[in-house]
Design a protein around this ligand. Structure first.
Ligand SMILES: Nc1ncnc2c1ncn2[C@@H]1O[C@H](COP(=O)(O)OP(=O)(O)OP(=O)(O)O)[C@@H](O)[C@H]1O
Ligand SMILES: [Mg+2]
Length: 357
């Protein structure tokens, strides 16, 4: 999968992105550590790959590891390797990522929550280029360019003692901060077109028929908390559902769960009322580890939402129901909605629904 995105598949023309790319080209040739900071889905992994392929190490290995998915022990042996018999079940010698990336680049994703032990060992590799395998005493040398990524505020974690300040200093020789999609809206349509065209190709469609005016407005107005990954998903879903053979996409389905029949989360509401103690526990939990910024209340709406888009969708929905009820007679439909004929025509026109009624 990742091979597909090497180099030139980085789409975008906003100044914010161009500045980042310039920054990347400048720091890429150095062997110094780089820290990439950005919300989820902003393209941190793509940028890490680009740093590698623009460096003198481009023909050596690019090795990655997600640090948040492993326990401390597993992470230690994945990073530094282990000697045979280092712990129960350790059969034979195992080369860690630092050894495998020798001469190349090691990308450590989601570094923020690593333990003190791991952080200490990392600091030493960065300072001296050496470490010991787990269960071993022989010192191993490795020449690795380290790129790390996090979607948390590392300086704040360092201030509160959750991340080693000296390690942060070393990792942050240079820091690349990726702007969220909502602050580079010029990139939305080029990215959407790109994802739509490749989805159409994947589906074996002859061509992609483009986005209609309402769809474009929806794409432009959405806040994109999940950034480019969310945009990719949303566009692929729309092409798959509505783009069969060159048909223009009229509307974007931002939330696949959206439905007037969506069940309310009644169970949760009752739990909240009956067991305040548990609520506190859940909240503490969310505070420490969540990177999920949606809030679901007892009203069945997931916040944050885009007010304009939500109400527009509700209007379109209501218009369509009223039109059906009025057998697509505009006078009858206007009466059903308490509108004048001309008012109704105006609203239908706004939503591009005139020819369909
Ligand atoms: N500028 C871009 N052009 C094209 N595709 C992009 C761009 N930026 C990101 N993507 C795509 O968006 C998706 C998310 O990117 P990536 O995995 O690099 O984000 P991330 O910041 O590492 O996310 P997370 O924090 O969730 O790991 C990927 O499919 C990636 O290919
Ligand atoms: Mg990532």
């Amino acid at each position: 999968m990742s091979k597909q995105y090497q180099q030139d598949n980085l789409i975008g023309q906003s100044n914010a992105l161009l500045e980042v790319l310039e920054h990347v080209s400048k720091i890429a040739p150095l062997s110094k550590p780089v820290l990439i900071i950005g919300e989820r889905g902003t393209g941190k992994e793509l940028i890490a790959e680009r740093l590698h392929y623009l460096s003198a190490r481009w023909d050596q290995s690019f090795i990655k590891l997600n640090c948040s998915s492993l326990s401390e022990n597993l992470l230690e042996s994945e990073l530094f390797g282990h000697e045979s018999g280092a712990f129960t079940g350790a059969k034979g010698k195992h080369e860690g990522r630092f050894e495998r990336a020798d001469g190349g680049t090691l990308f450590l994703d989601e570094l923020a929550n690593t333990s003190g032990l791991i952080q200490e060992k990392l600091l030493r590799v960065i300072e001296y280029g050496e470490f010991e395998r787990v269960g071993g005493s022989k010192t191993v040398q490795s020449d690795v360019r380290l790129i790390c990524a996090a979607n948390e505020d590392l300086p704040a974690l360092a201030d509160s003692g959750e991340f080693r300040a000296d390690l942060l200093d070393r990792l942050a020789f240079d820091v690349i901060t990726l702007p969220p999609l909502r602050s580079r809206t010029e990139d939305i349509m080029p990215l959407a077109e790109h994802f739509a065209v490749s989805m159409a190709r994947q589906l074996g469609l002859d061509y992609f028929g483009g986005f209609g005016a309402i769809a474009i407005e929806q794409l432009m107005m959405h806040n994109w908390p999940g950034n480019i990954r969310e945009l990719k998903n949303v566009v692929e879903r729309s092409v798959y559902r509505e783009g069969s053979d060159g048909q223009e996409i009229d509307r974007i389905i931002l939330d696949p769960f959206a439905s007037p029949y969506r069940p309310m989360s009644r169970v949760k509401t009752r739990e909240r009322q009956a067991a305040p103690v548990e609520v506190t526990a859940t909240q503490t939990n969310t505070d420490t580890k969540s990177n999920d910024d949606t809030h679901s209340g007892h009203h069945g709406i997931e916040f944050p939402i885009n007010f304009k888009e939500y109400t527009e969708n509700a209007e379109i929905d209501l218009l369509q129901k009223a039109l059906a009820e009025g057998q697509y007679n505009q006078k009858k439909t206007a009466d059903l909605l308490g509108l004048s004929y001309h008012q109704l025509r105006g609203i239908l026109k706004k939503y591009n629904l005139l020819d369909k009624s």
